[in-house]
Design a binder for this molecule. Sequence first.
Ligand SMILES: *Cc1c(COP(=O)(O)O)cnc(C)c1O
Length: 420
Amino acid sequence: MQTETGTDRYACRSPEEVRRLEAEYLFDTYRRYDLLVSHGSGAYVYGFDGRRYLDFLAGIAVNSLGYAHPRITRVIAEQSARLIHSSNLLYHPFQGQLARRLVELSGLSKAFFTNSGTEAIEGALKIARAWARRNGFTEKTTILSLKNSFHGRTLGALSITAQEKYQAPFRPLLPGVRFVDDLTPEGLERAFTPDVCAIVAEPIQGEGGVVPLPPDCLPTARELCDRRDALLVLDEIQCGMGRTGTWFAFQQLGVKPDVVTIAKAIASGYPLGAILGSARVADALQPGDHGTTFGGGPLACRIALEVLDVIEEEGLLEHVTRMGTYLISGLRKLAVSHPTIGDVRGKGLMVGAVLGTAARPAVEALLKGGVLANAAHETVLRLLPPFVISLRDIDEFLETLDHVLADIERSASGTVAGRA
Ligand SMILES: *Cc1c(COP(=O)(O)O)cnc(C)c1O
């Protein structure tokens, strides 16, 4: 018998074994979908049974270039053969170049690299507090966050996540956080007490159900931050890096933030995040104030540089805008014949369809029909396809959704008739 080596040694033996091992050895934190994934190519992922799935999830807004993009697999192979990690005690060639690109694309001034979105939020919170202190605003320690927001799972990020279900098991959380429920200009002004050092907002809320903020919300927040000496922190971890058709969602909203957090799509699947800061906060952090062992490593930064090049050279921002418009109009057409679909909202390839029923069964039925999607906030079907999706892919998705909704509507009316 041949000796098993390398990855073969851990090759998948059966879906049952995978499930059994996870059930026995993992903390029970995830409600996974019924798909054991093997590999991907372009906008498709493949199960171990060989079945093809059209991907409208992109690893939760991460796999911007889809799967196995030849330029990404090449830089991973080449750079990993040279240097994967070096620590932030040494220089490597890519962190500065990536910081320059992100600064140029965002119009901000400085970058700090992290390994995840949550870590970027943690750093942004520290910048807010440090900035206030350095500028002599010692009373300013309060962070404002908006209702229905999601900023991550660590204690700091969780503390500014205004959703009871995430916070409830973990109190007490960080003090000095206040949620804003009234997003009108008056409501924001009332919330902006003299102790506020920053307001954090997602330009389009993701986990909250693909909810764009009211149009005057961010301009009002910007104006209040200027007038009352506070920072506007935008969480673009989900909506940034091209997902809405511009590099950053704020670029379509007429505001310039002081701090932006990004992650998810930045390295198309490789873990990386960043905090970007304006000139106003450029010296908020001093040597020793903040750091990370892994953040901004050579492999991660090299991949992100390649991702930015591919998006630019393949014209993917324009493509995202075109595909997003097509997808949203297709969903609105479907809504005419499917009463289950209510509001259709979002921008670019960050799209939500509010269903008149729980979204999870629809997501599971889509999966059976060969499409990967996701449910957010109970009733929202959230669509986050990779940027490389085609018109034909969107047609295929809409056709599958058409059947799925017809089934759901048929069985719902059956239930009602059965009860009557
Ligand atoms: C995903 C997400 C986060 C958390 O990012 P992680 O990489 O999961 O830590 C924070 N904010 C927003 C808006 C997100 O979508």
